[in-house]
Design a protein around this ligand. Structure first.
Ligand code: MN
Length: 234
C-alpha cells in the first residue's frame, strides 16, 4: 500500500484553504498518496495516527511568540492557526518517529516545535553581508549554492557536495535544538537544512525542492523518493 502523506496547507482571509499543487505532485511522483490537511484542523492526534508521513510546507512567517520573542517591525504576515496545528503535528510525528519533511516555513516550524528559534528578518537581525535569499527569479530556478555536510543523509541524495537551490525566505533558523543538526549552509552561513540524528527520517530544507522537481532536479527527486520510502515502512 502506498504511504499516506499528510501535507499542511495555508488559509487565506476568506477562510479558503490553498496549497501549491507542486507539493502533491512531488509526493505522487515519488510514490506516495497525498492528503491535504487544512489549517486550523482539530483532532491532531487522530490525524497523526492515520498518516504515514508528514510534509510541512512553505508559507507565512512563524509567530515569534512561539519561541519566546516579541514581534519585531520587520516581521511579515503570520498564520497563528496554522502555526498551532503544525507545531502539534510536528511534535506528534517526531514523537512517533514518523518521517517528516519540512520545506521553507516547514523547516523553521520543525525547528521551533523541537525548541529552536528563528531570525525574524535576517537582513536586520544579522550584521554581516547576506545573499539574496528572497530571489527575484522564478521559483523554479535555483539561485544560490549550499554546502552539504559530509556524512549527512542529504549528502547521500545530493548530486554534489555543493548544490544549487532556490531561495524564497527572509527568515532563517537561528538556534538548533537536539537532536537536530545543521546539514547544509549557504556561503553566508545561513542554515539551509537540518536533520535529526535520532530519528529514521526527520529532515528539513530552507529551499523549495517541490519547485526544483519541476525542472527534473535530481537531488529534489531523490529527497521526495527517500521521504516517501521511509514513510512506507511506518
Ligand atoms: Mn536561501
Amino acid at each position: 500500500m502506498k504511504p499516506l502523506i499528510g501535507i499542511t496547507s495555508d488559509i487565506d482571509e476568506n477562510g479558503e484553504t490553498f496549497l501549491k499543487a507542486d507539493y502533491s505532485r512531488a509526493i505522487l511522483r515519488a510514490g506516495g498518496l497525498p492528503v491535504v490537511l487544512p489549517a486550523g484542523l482539530e483532532d491532531i492526534d487522530e490525524i497523526c495516527d492515520r498518516i504515514d508521513g508528514l510534509l510541512l510546507t512553505g508559507g507565512e512567517d512563524v509567530n515569534p511568540l512561539l519561541f519566546g520573542e516579541e514581534p519585531k517591525h520587520e516581521l511579515g504576515k503570520i498564520a497563528p492557526e496554522r502555526d498551532e496545528m503544525e507545531m502539534a503535528l510536528a511534535k506528534c510525528a517526531v514523537g512517533k518517529d514518523m518521517p517528516v519533511l519540512g520545506i521553507c516555513r516547514g523547516h523553521q516550524i520543525l525547528n521551533v516545535a523541537l525548541g529552536g528559534t528563528v531570525y525574524q528578518h535576517i537582513y536586520s537581525d544579522l550584521e554581516r553581508d547576506l545573499l539574496q535569499h528572497k530571489q527575484q527569479a522564478n521559483r523554479n530556478y535555483p539561485t544560490h549554492t549550499v554546502q552539504v555536510t559530509e556524512g549527512s543523509r542529504l549528502a547521500e541524495y545530493a548530486s554534489d557536495k555543493d548544490i544549487l537551490v532556490n531561495s524564497l525566505h527572509h527568515q532563517a533558523v537561528k538556534e538548533v535544538p537536539e537532536p537536530l543538526k545543521v546539514i547544509a549552509t549557504a556561503t553566508d552561513g545561513i542554515i539551509e537544512a537540518l536533520e535529526s540524528t535520532k530519528h529514521r527520517f526527520v529532515l528539513s530544507v530552507q529551499w523549495h525542492p517541490e519547485a526544483l522537481f519541476n525542472r527534473g532536479d535530481e537531488t529534489s527527486l531523490r529527497l521526495f523518493e527517500e521521504f516517501v520510502q521511509a514513510s512506507s515502512k511506518s
